[in-house]
Design a protein around this ligand. Structure first.
Ligand code: PLP
Length: 240
């Protein structure tokens, strides 16, 4: 737990799992289609260990300096990289990440591909889409997805498993729904085009504020921090 706080981690994880289950059942989805990723930014190693004891197996980090030590401390669980990735940090993440959720520009694709080819691996990634067109957020525009996926076919070190988005912050959770719906429509449209190295089967969407709506709209991966680990003291550049 975070210093000085009483927090029942097991109960929090169970409560989030139950909310995911109910959201899935509301729309006739199988709850096991949805993977809960515990976002551990600013959370210490002891708490990660405790979350693993409570059965959590997928973890997300948005900063390389937290991602690397946590992945090295707990290599037996899946570590997702979910934040803005600088090209000079690509080598630290490729080969360690179960999935990189935040491919948001062409130069990054080339760097990941270069590293992948040197390691002789194919790196699973999600394309981050800035559905709402917020200027402060990363991600490619919906209208650019087709060209991006077309170009990515030349990079044999990448495999685009799906799409990721971050909905705008809002007091009204329903405002996230059209954003998530559009991401699902983009996934379906582009999957139908059959790109060589883009199976496009996963949607990463939904955080503490809106993960139930995301599940209702088809999320396969929800990235939940505060609802599991409690509020964060410093936010810093958390939204990468
Ligand atoms: C921090 C973060 C999350 C989790 O946010 P919470 O509000 O704590 O659930 C999800 N996705 C990304 C990309 C993040 O940076």
């Amino acid at each position: 737990m975070r210093a000085g706080q009483e927090h029942d981690l097991g109960a929090a994880i169970a409560a989030v799992r139950e909310r995911i289950r109910r959201a899935a059942l509301r729309v006739g989805r199988a709850p096991q289609e949805v993977t809960l990723i515990g976002v551990t930014k600013t959370v210490g190693l002891e708490t990660v260990a405790e979350a693993i004891r409570h059965g959590l197996r997928d973890f997300g980090e948005n900063r390389v300096q937290e991602f690397v030590p946590k992945q090295q401390a707990f290599p037996g669980v899946r570590w997702h990289f979910i934040g803005r990735l600088q090209t000079n940090k690509v080598n630290a993440v490729v080969g360690r990440a179960h999935l990189i959720h935040s491919l948001d520009r062409w130069r990054l694709a080339e760097y990941i591909d270069g590293r992948a080819q040197r390691l002789g691996i194919e790196v699973p990634v999600l394309l981050q889409v800035n559905v709402a067109g917020e200027s402060a957020k990363a991600g490619i525009a919906p209208a650019e997805v087709a060209d991006f996926l077309g170009d990515v076919q030349r990079l044999r070190g990448l495999r685009v498993e799906g799409l990721m988005t971050i909905a705008p912050e809002s007091d009204n959770v329903e405002e996230a729904r059209p954003v998530f719906r559009m991401l699902r429509e983009l996934l379906e449209q582009h999957r139908a085009r059959g790109y060589a190295n883009a199976p496009l089967r996963l949607l990463s969407m939904g955080m503490t504020q809106d993960f139930e709506v995301a599940v209702e709209e088809g999320a396969h991966l929800v990235r939940v921090g505060r609802a599991i680990f409690g509020p964060r003291e410093e936010e810093g550049a958390a939204w990468g």
